[in-house]
Design a protein around this ligand. Structure first.
Ligand SMILES: [Zn+2]
Ligand SMILES: [Zn+2]
Length: 188
């Protein structure tokens, strides 16, 4: 299983994952309007979103991510006071990933932060499909649509295992006391 190099588009923020493969996480493409708003907030729609307005994400344990360089360039935004932490770099507005609070052991890493565009299918397995397709920019063909039921079930069962294993710590994004490493920019 490969370790995946993590890198923002300008190369200031770098890191790596622990060894992962398709069964270590859940790869999906989220078409929801919040993920689209995040790409717009970063002015990165054309780099982040596919033709359907979807974001290719790999959900994995947050403790399996290590930031090795440029951590001071990491920031986050919450689209509302209770919204997800949407992590990104300040140097070049690369989206990093989406997480809940410090107690939740999962992060959905966004494809732009993984340096594996040409080997992604090999390393992370085939995408399990587009979800939240009612927000898609255009009709998503049936063969690209994922089963929300199966994906939610898979994500939840992984989350439970990761929680039991305590994979919310150590975290590159939260201090041990549960505070985020930087104060999020809360919109609205
Ligand atoms: Zn950068
Ligand atoms: Zn989404």
């Amino acid at each position: 299983m490969p370790e995946i190099t993590l890198k923002c588009s300008c190369g200031t923020v770098k890191g790596k994952t622990k060894s992962v493969n398709g069964s270590s996480g859940t790869r999906i493409t989220c078409c929801c309007d919040d993920c689209q708003s995040f790409a717009q907030y970063l002015k990165q729609e054309s780099n982040v979103l596919d033709q359907y307005g979807g974001t290719d994400i790999f959900q994995m344990p947050i403790s399996n991510i290590k930031i090795t360089e440029g951590i001071e360039q990491i920031s986050s935004v919450r689209l509302s006071a209770e919204g997800l932490y949407r992590w990104h770099t300040k140097c070049c507005n690369t989206p990093i990933g989406n997480s809940m609070g410090a107690g939740v052991p999962s992060i959905g890493v966004i494809h732009n932060f993984m340096d594996n565009a040409s080997t992604r299918d090999e390393e992370l397995g085939k995408n399990r499909g587009h979800i939240q397709t009612k927000f898609a920019y255009q009709e998503v063909p049936a063969d690209l649509r994922g089963s929300t039921f199966k994906i939610v079930l898979r994500s939840l069962s992984k989350l439970i295992v990761w929680k039991i294993k305590g994979l919310n710590k150590p975290s590159a994004f939260f201090h041990d006391n549960g505070e985020p490493i930087t104060k999020p920019n809360i919109l609205n």
